[in-house]
Design a protein around this ligand. Structure first.
Ligand SMILES: *Cc1c(COP(=O)(O)O)cnc(C)c1O
Length: 447
């Protein structure tokens, strides 16, 4: 057999794949942030993943800090997850009838989050479905129609939640407190009007809104640690105000799609001592396959069909391959609790290293970090740090874009937006930390 040299490419394969993708898919991507619109250049098409690294279609290895936007906490292509999915595959891909793995994963989730009040879990196929379903349930339980969310928090792309929704949408019109401004075309103002908006980390504003309209509000949904305006950490006073909404008969929904099983085995709720009425999950709960879930006390959850009158269904919900990946991931995390300490150590060292490197180069930088989540905002720290969407939005996105490109040129794949968290995995070790900080020093020096 002769080995033939691959014909020389006129342009990188990622670039030509992106050109082809744009001919058949809007913007060439199936989720907007992947398009690199805010940082320039073209997205890398990924052919393979292993541990902390991705290999792109051109054969370049990239040190990955996106982790598929959160799910890959164990690192890519983890053997335990791969083998669990391969084993499940032997039995077929979908049944449209119950299977044992759904029970096992639900039992695991309940076991891990019982102290946060979770007694029942319903599986869906994405984080968007989870939050959408949890809100329908809250409206069904309370008989009220309004919901409250916080400016810059993202809860998926359901109509009523695309209001002041952060992340990929962080350039939207600003409404007054409590007034809804849709952050997407195609959302009727009548839908958006049912979503009231308050400020994150502003307990007085939330108290005021609840005093004025509490009797009409079915639920308050929030990111217990924000990842979708960049990382924002809640104050104790704000968490206390969140719990006070229950005095109005309003349900408190912790959207843990990003933070669940990441900030601790009990999620952000466990780490911060929260007692929400409902919790939503996604990302890690599917171990890299499409899974979302929502759960809470039995008295609330049993209002969901077929037990109760709130309808919610899914052809592929509880899919055996997806359940296998989620179960393998949670089982591995539970068997190795030291993973969380390692993630904390790595990410804190990364935060310190970035601060030092930026300072050395005279680049204004404020790093927010908790557990394995981190955002390096390109701005000098305001008094009290960055704790709200408005403060995050003052970052120098041009400087970030330049730094991002310099990192990527050195093979470090950071999240391609100033307003995202990065995600460290258990596969990131000393070699990766050193590689990252060496690259960061050069990238700050070039700014
Ligand atoms: C990612 C995310 C969602 C949406 O999940 P999808 O699986 O992308 O639909 C919802 N809420 C939060 C907090 C998220 O980070």
């Amino acid at each position: 057999m002769t080995t033939q040299a691959r014909p020389k490419l006129e342009q990188p394969l990622s670039e030509s794949l992106f050109a082809r993708a744009r001919q058949v898919t809007p913007g060439g991507v199936n989720s907007p942030v992947r398009a690199f619109a805010s940082v320039g250049g073209h997205p890398h098409f990924i052919a393979h993943s292993e541990g902390a690294y991705l290999t792109n279609a051109d054969g370049q290895r990239l040190l990955d800090y996106i982790g598929s936007w959160g799910p890959m906490i164990l690192g890519h292509n983890h053997p335990a997850v791969r083998e669990a999915v391969a084993e499940a595959l032997q039995g077929g891909t979908s049944f449209g009838a119950p299977n044992e793995r759904e029970v096992l994963l639900a039992e695991k989730v309940v076991e891990l989050t019982r102290e946060q009040g979770v007694e029942r879990v319903r599986f869906v196929n994405s984080g968007t479905e989870a939050t959408m379903s949890a809100l329908r349930l809250a409206r069904g339980v309370t008989g009220r129609k309004y919901i409250v969310k916080f400016r810059g928090n993202y809860h998926g792309h359901a109509d009523g939640l695309l209001v002041e929704a952060g992340s990929g949408l962080l350039t939207t019109a600003r409404g007054e407190l409590g007034e809804a401004a849709p952050s997407s075309a195609g959302v009727p103002p009548e839908y958006a009007a049912l979503t009231l908006v308050s400020e994150y980390n502003d307990p007085a504003a939330l108290d005021r809104l609840m005093q004025e309209r509490g009797q009409e509000i079915a639920a308050v949904i929030f990111e217990p640690v924000v990842g979708n305006s960049g990382v924002l950490i809640p104050t104790a006073e704000f968490l206390a105000a969140l719990h006070r909404v229950r005095e109005h008969g309003t349900l408190l929904i912790a959207d843990e799609v990003m933070t669940g099983f990441r900030l601790s085995l009990q999620g952000a709720s466990g780490r911060l001592g929260l007692q929400p009425d409902l919790i939503t999950w996604g990302k890690i709960i599917g171990g890299g396959l499409p899974v979302g879930a929502y759960g809470g006390r039995a008295e609330i959850m049993e209002v969901v069909s077929p037990s109760g009158p709130v309808y919610q269904a899914g052809t592929l919900s509880g899919n055996p391959l997806a359940m296998a990946a989620g179960l393998a991931t949670l089982t591995e995390l539970q068997a190795h609790p030291e993973i969380y300490a390692g993630l904390e150590r790595y990410t804190a060292a990364l935060a310190d290293g970035l601060r030092a490197a930026a300072q050395e180069a005279g680049v204004p930088l404020t790093v927010n970090q908790i557990g394995s989540m981190l955002t390096a905002f390109h701005q000098a720290a305001p008094q009290g740090g960055i704790s709200s969407y408005q403060q995050a939005a003052r970052s120098d996105t041009q400087a970030f874009a330049g730094w991002f490109r310099a990192m990527l040129d050195q093979g470090v794949y950071w999240a391609p937006s100033q307003f995202e968290s990065i995600f460290v995995s258990a596969a990131h070790g000393d070699a990766e930390l050193n590689l990252t900080l060496d690259a960061a020093r050069r990238a700050y020096a070039e700014l």
